[in-house]
Structures are given as structure tokens and as C-alpha cells.
Design a protein around this ligand. Sequence first.
Ligand SMILES: [Fe+2]
Length: 206
Amino acid sequence: MKDGEFFIEGPSIYGFIVKVLSVLEQESDIRKRLASLRAPFQELLENQSWLPEPYRQINPNSGMGGGIASWLLYQNSDRDLSLFSLVIPPQVTTPIHNHLAWGLVGLYQGEQEEEEFEVEQHDHLHPGEHVRMNRRFLRILKPGEFYELIPPYNDVHRVKTISAEPSISLHLLANDTGCVIRQKFDEASGRVDAFRSGWSNKPCLE
Ligand SMILES: [Fe+2]
């Protein structure tokens, strides 16, 4: 495929990415894009055969901390589309964080608890500032279940693995999620800090 870089091979991921790229070419509205991508994403989540073992592993040198791995599986050449597996060890919780991109997030293995937060919106969130934030809801995610991210509405959350095995979630997001500067939030104080999660298998360009 001319556009982008695959980090793993196989007909399932090729077929999925071909579908995604054709939807993006044909449709510019984010909600319509997401609607067309739901069925192929569901199919990818329900197929246990295509994700190789190394991309299901935790990462002791995690940029997110706690052994959390972000394995890049595909990225387009403009770096505004990334498919990756996020592997979170048992009982480990991510910081409260945003993504700054629309996309789909679904569970592939294990079980997760997800808490979504409503955060006072600004054009720019500056490190060290404090924002008002409220917990919107908590839900349990099981394999095959997924949700849409449509910033700024539901872009801020915290995820915890509650299964005995690591959880693996698949993310299709419209940015270079591992390398963009994002924000994390302290629940008690509302303090904002900049963070970059990094990719576990690719350096970020400065
Ligand atoms: Fe997230």
C-alpha cells in the first residue's frame, strides 16, 4: 500500500486499513466516518488470529508508566491516522488523559474499567493550570465492546485493567497519538500537565 507504514503483516490488518482509507477518502464528516468504520472495527476486535504475540506484551520502559505499552500497528504517511494496541497490566491504571483526536477504541483482551471525565474546555490547556473536572460515568468494557471518541465531548478518561491478564485495547485514532503532546489531569486538584506517551516500537521525530 502506497500510503503509510505497517508494523505487522497479514490480510486482516491490510483489509481493515484499506477499508479505513477508503472511508476517509469518501467521507469528510467525522460522525459519518465513524458510522462506516464500526462494522470493520468490530470484526477486527472479534478476530483473535491476526495480532502477533509481541504486540500483546506489556512494556517495562513505558512512556505512560506502569508497564503500559503502546504498540503501533499502522500509521499513514501524514501521521494523522494511527492504529495501535494499548496493553495495560492487571490492576494498573492510566493517568487521566486526553487524546486530541477522533477515533474508535475497543477491547481485544481482558477487562477494563473506564471512567470518563467532563473537563472545562479551553482552546489551549497550559501545564500547571487548574481546570474544573467532574466524573461523568464509569463503565466496564469486555472483549468486542468499543466506543467512539469525538473531542472535545468525550476526550478525557482513565482506564484500569480489572482482569487477571493484561488488557489489550485497539485504538484507531486520527493523530500520531504516541508522539503528540497531550494533557494529563489530576482529579483532586484539576491540575493540567503535558505528557507524551511515546510508541513502544517507534521513536518520535522531534
Ligand atoms: Fe485513552
